[in-house]
Design a protein around this ligand. Sequence first.
Ligand code: GLU
Length: 510
Amino acid sequence: MSLEKNNIRVRFAPSPTGPLHLGGVRTALYNFLFARKHKGKFILRIEDTDQKRFVDGAEKYILDSLNWCGLNPDEGPGLGGSLGPYRQSERKEIYSSFVQQLIESKHAYYAFDTPEELDSMRAKMKSSGVQSPTYNNITRESMKNSLTLPSEETARLIDSGEKYVVRIKMPRNQEIKFEDLVRGWVSVNTNHIDDKIIYKSDGMPTYHLANVVDDYCMKITHVIRGEEWLPSAPLHIYLYDCFGWLNSAPKFAHLPLILKPDGNGKLSKRDGDRLGFPVFPIEWNSPEGEVFPGYREEGFSNEAFVNMLSFLGWNPGTDQEVFNMTELITEFSLARVGKSGSKYDYAKTKWFNQQHLRLRSDLELFEMMMAKDDTVLSRFSKEYILKIISLVKDRAVFATDILDEAACFFTEKVHFEELSVEKKWNQNMVPHLNNILDLLTSLDDFTNEDIERVFKEYLQLNNLSFGKIMPMLRIAITGKMAGPSLFVTMELLGLNKVQKRVKHAINTIL
Ligand code: GLU
């Protein structure tokens, strides 16, 4: 059966505990591409059950980031959809009825242990050689919970307002198996899973319960999320089983980690500062007043950013690297998502930006540049600027580089780069520069082809190498050693300016 007929529904389920890191955006992107490819729905669910970690502004940041990347959800908070609410804090009643169901079916139990009692259990276990003691199918038997207390005592404690949590009762020695769409079969013995808290004393569910209940209630067909959630998946499968939902459980795909550029560990939110590149899609202004840079503000285009992210874990199986969103939707498949971590590469991110910049028309770039700052440009004709954009755009990584690359076209006074002069200016060659200038002056048409012809003829006649004269001429006209075609540059500037600049260089550089 084709996936289309399955009514594909996927969700991106961030917690509003801070800005979305680029790994989070990658998860959203893969969910989005999968949904669009199979004509399904992409849902945004805000997982805000952990009230202590709630950060002001984070939800808006998530929406703004998705919006900038063009990953607009079909359903979500404030976006409509019939299976909401889409913020977990607004679904409290739903969870409490499901928790009740698990308690009644004896899959979960009340636990009244105080923090001190928990500490003492852990200390005791440690001293008997258990490295990381947990509340599990062995230790629970000596703790204060509804499995060990008489039922009247449990009822009395609850009635008297004693604080409690609800824990899942993991069975002993059972294999939990599921087929992950990226990693293949995963099998875990329940002895390795602790009796996780599924409901807290503040009346809020924990992530595990809320996540499973919501995926079920929201009819999610595929859970596509980061590898860090793989250890939780067996518990989630077990919860589906307890509820009797195993047949309609979603399929799982755990995406590979995004690694630091040197491959040593996961790229973290703190790495940006240390390694000198943004780790956030758009700028984040923390409630404490700190500002963290974003790709948008650094001048990256959303297409390039998305294209770069798409390759952090997936590949199309061909040599093509530059993709727009429509192409990504067509090509994307979970079958081509790899298991091993992907190293983040900032230089490659810039390369993607450069490739996408090249795809823009000169007119688009003109409009972008004018919108950004037209103080200098407004003094020149649109036709002139367009010709310059076409000449220099291949050299630019960011739209703003175009102005830097083309600085010599928009200034009267050329600044001679010291290092270039030191390396390439040879006073003995100045008479040749004068001669070339005379030849150029006598041209009928000051076109790049004629300029090039005259220049080359002169070099040949005088047995001069290109490398001796060309850099000097370039320094005189543009101030630098590198740039786009000098002959086209000269044509665009016109004979008058070329004359003035070469003469000025001869008189000033000594
Ligand atoms: N709220 C979890 C997160 O912050 C969601 C994990 C999942 O997709 O199940 O990443």
